[in-house]
Every structure is written in structure tokens, then in C-alpha cells.
Design a protein around this ligand. Sequence first.
Ligand code: FES
Length: 60
Amino acid sequence: MRDHDEIICHCQGITYEEIVNAIHNGANTIEKIGDATEAGITCGSCIEDLEEILEEELSK
Ligand code: FES
């Protein structure tokens, strides 16, 4: 289990909770998560985590 306040995207300071909220609001691709939260659009090193969270949420 991840902590809701855990920073997933360090470039933009985007938390796990913000990513999950974006997914619940319809961001069902990495690109859409980036559009909604700005996570993953800078260095890209968090993309793997974003993919993992996306997969987790979409499979619920
Ligand atoms: S850590 Fe997310 S774009 Fe750099």
C-alpha cells in the first residue's frame, strides 16, 4: 500500500492521491495523467510508477 501523501512525481511534486484522483476523473493513459496533473512530463523517471498506479486503479 502506498501512502496517499507519497510524492510520485518529484519534478512536479505530484502525490499518489493526486494521480489516483486524476485516474478516477478519467485519465486512463499516461498522457492524460500528464495533462491532468503534470506528472511525468519533465524527466519521465516516474512513468514506471505512473504505469503501475494506472494499472492498479483500472483493474479495481
Ligand atoms: S519525476 Fe515525474 S517527470 Fe520527473
